[in-house]
Design a binder for this molecule. Structure first.
Ligand code: B12
Length: 450
């Protein structure tokens, strides 16, 4: 069969005023360009799990979100879904099916709402795709009718035996950024989280040698590739993290990942992260004060417990020469209208290199969604296209939605203006140089190559 893999790429936001504002802010524009460059790792992983004898091609929906014509020559098209683009994905699926092409859908959104997706696709995958995908290909080949395939009905996916994703399918793309997974899941259970934990609750690490094998495969394609680890939380296991960094160091690759604040507890790990080419750690701080984080992480109240140490932890990480992108969620139940000023003050005081602000967002399938729905606080339930992190679709506990939006806009302008960006960047480097003078550290030299 001819199989097409369709990724819907780019970023999504609907609030017209925010879009207008974003276009004039250098911080926003910079990140959008980087984001446009990331491929769908899930689909490349499926390509590698495709039974032999089929022709597989990777496509991305164009900027106007239209599917490429060549998809209509395929026998089977696999579409990967997030909530924010789900209606675009359903429209494309409807058009393809009307033209006689079989459509399979999988990914985070349809894993939570398979019955909804089954109205638009022949085959729907719930959960991790490696084992159900070959069954779907076989079903399509037989011409089998509609069906939902659940990963939980097959053997669990063993992440210590994943093949190299088919990065070679990206050969013609002009971009330099690639994703690799080092682990799946996260031991913490934040009530808003809609990442890989939605597919499988278990936290699993891959063998370091397999991660390195994947990075080398990318480097063969693009010698100067920048690697983003597509993990929920890379450095949960500090010893394994050190092994990973030691193995990455000789490759001279530049990389970025997401992790939690506990990474700052281990000085040796920080040194290794820095010397192995890490350019930035993205960390969900969520709010400057622990009081706003009470009950957010459902297993051990992890976020609230760690907040007190945020300032020192950020200082330790950045001192090692690794920039921190601190993420804040706006609209949490314990946050009042003073939160915007507090975030700004915190970002400036801690000299965070980068800050990301998003609205509290109720993704389907999360404990947060269930709670806000039960409390009647969702403004427009089931408008999944608003699950962008940049559109307000709920009633905050201690502000009106309008206050949240106005505060968000004001903070956006303050955080992402050219002056603010330059202040943060030069602050980071001058701090590093000062430390270098005092401690003779080589971290400044390393970071200045970022
Ligand atoms: C890389 C990434 C991106 C890339 C995606 C590139 C692409 N085209 O796929 C970019 C930067 C473009 C991106 C954009 C956005 N993202 Co994003 N992104 C991620 C990130 C960091 C990693 C995703 C990843 O690669 N996972 C690894 C792969 C292997 O897993 P997977 O895709 O789920 O695939 C597996 C299964 O789902 C399944 N599967 C997937 N597709 C299919 C299809 C079929 C047919 C089958 C059988 C199986 C199957 O099999 C795969 C292997 O097991 C996650 C956060 C995280 N840590 O997970 C956020 C994340 C996915 N993004 C998120 C969001 C909100 C967005 C944006 C809406 C942000 C915005 N405002 O623009 C946009 C939406 C873009 C769009 N076009 O839809 C949310 C999504 C939540 C949700 N439930 O919808 C996440 C979870 C982050 C978060 N804050 O919660 N993102």
């Amino acid at each position: 069969m001819k199989i097409g893999l369709l990724a819907l790429s780019g970023i999504r936001a609907h609030d017209p005023e925010l879009l207008k504002l974003g276009l004039t802010l250098p911080g926003f524009v910079e990140r959008s360009k980087q984001v446009a460059a990331l491929p769908s790792l899930g689909l490349l992983q499926l390509a590698a799990a495709t039974p032999p004898g089929h022709e597989v091609q990777y496509f991305e929906a164009s900027e106007d979100r239209a599917e490429p014509d060549v998809l209509y020559d395929c026998d089977l098209v696999a579409i990967s879904t997030f909530s924010a683009q789900i209606f675009e994905a359903y429209s494309i699926a409807d058009r393809l099916r009307a033209a006689g092409v079989k459509v399979a859908m999988g990914g985070l959104h349809v894993s939570v709402l398979p019955e909804e997706a089954a109205q638009h696709a022949d085959y729907v995958a719930v959960g991790e795709g490696e084992h159900v995908w070959p069954q779907i290909v076989e079903a399509a080949e037989r011409g089998a009718g509609r069906r939902i395939f659940c990963a939980s009905d097959a053997a669990p996916v063993d992440v210590s035996r994943l093949p190299v994703p088919r990065y070679d399918l990206l050969e013609q793309r002009p971009y330099n950024r690639f994703t690799v997974q080092t682990s799946r899941g996260c031991p913490w259970r934040c009530d808003f989280c809609a990442s890989t934990v939605m597919l499988s609750q278990r936290y699993r690490k891959r063998p370091v040698e397999d991660v390195i094998r994947d990075v080398i495969a990318i480097r063969r394609l693009r010698p100067n590739a920048f690697i983003e680890f597509a993990d929920d939380n890379t450095f949960v296991d500090k010893q394994w993290g050190k092994e990973l960094c030691r193995a990455l160091a000789p490759l001279g690759v530049k990389w970025f990942t997401e992790t939690d604040i506990s990474v700052a507890d281990d000085e040796e790990l920080l040194e290794l992260i820095a010397s192995s080419g890490c350019r930035q750690l993205l960390i969900g701080l969520e709010s400057p004060e622990g009081s706003a984080l009470e009950g957010l992480e459902l297993r051990a109240n992890f976020k609230a417990r760690r907040a007190e140490g945020y300032v020192e932890a950020i200082e330790r990480i950045q001192r090692a020469g690794v920039t921190v992108n601190g993420c804040f969620i706006l609209g949490l139940d314990h946050q009042g209208p003073d939160v915007f000023a507090r975030v700004l003050e915190f970002v400036e005081r801690t000299r965070l290199y980068e800050a990301q602000i998003t609205y509290l967002t109720a993704f389907p399938g999360t404990p947060l969604y269930a709670r806000l729905e039960a409390e009647g606080r969702l403004l427009e339930p089931r408008r999944w296209e608003l699950c962008t992190l940049f559109d307000v679709n709920f009633r905050p506990a201690r502000m009106t939605p309008q206050e949240l939006r106005a505060g968000f806009f004001e903070l956006t302008e303050k955080l992402y203006s050219r002056e603010a960006l330059e202040r943060r960047r030069s602050g980071f480097f001058s701090d590093l140089r000062a430390r270098q003078r005092t401690h003779g550290s080589n971290a400044a030299v390393r970071a200045s190559r970022a």
